[in-house]
Design a protein around this ligand. Structure first.
Ligand code: ZN
Length: 129
């Protein structure tokens, strides 16, 4: 089992969670502004392309934030249950350097890559071409 300072990891995870919450609050504030602009759609059909693009950007950011928050929660749970530092997919130890860089890592590099590729596929859907 990898050696790490449990309290230090817990503190870093708390910080990450606060950052995510803060960013989501900001996004919601911007989102409110966007909603009032959306009401003008009928009057300005020419602007629709830009508005839709901005809205999609916000939605993508929200999905990423939710995903990050989910990971932080997973990592906290793993820490409580003594599974922290073990990849949830393959069961191997996550390298210490990776945990230092990204404390909420719950997967090894390879499995995280696979996981994100699957997420992206679901998010983007079939190619428009
Ligand atoms: Zn793995």
């Amino acid at each position: 089992m990898a050696q790490f300072d449990r309290q230090q990891v817990a503190a870093r995870l708390d910080t990450r969670q606060q950052e995510i919450e803060h960013r989501r609050e900001e996004l919601h504030r911007n989102g409110d502004g966007l909603t009032s602009e959306l009401a003008d759609y009928d009057q300005h059909p020419a602007d629709q392309g830009t508005e839709t693009f901005e809205q999609e950007l916000d939605e993508t950011t929200l999905i990423i934030l939710e995903e990050e928050e989910h990971r932080v929660r997973e990592a906290k749970k793993a820490l409580e249950e003594g599974r922290y530092g073990i990849c949830v997919d393959c069961g191997h130890e996550i390298p210490r350097e990776r945990l230092d860089a990204i404390p909420e890592s719950v997967r090894c590099v390879q499995d995280q890559r696979l996981y994100e590729a699957r997420l992206r596929q679901r998010r983007v859907g079939p190619s428009p071409i």
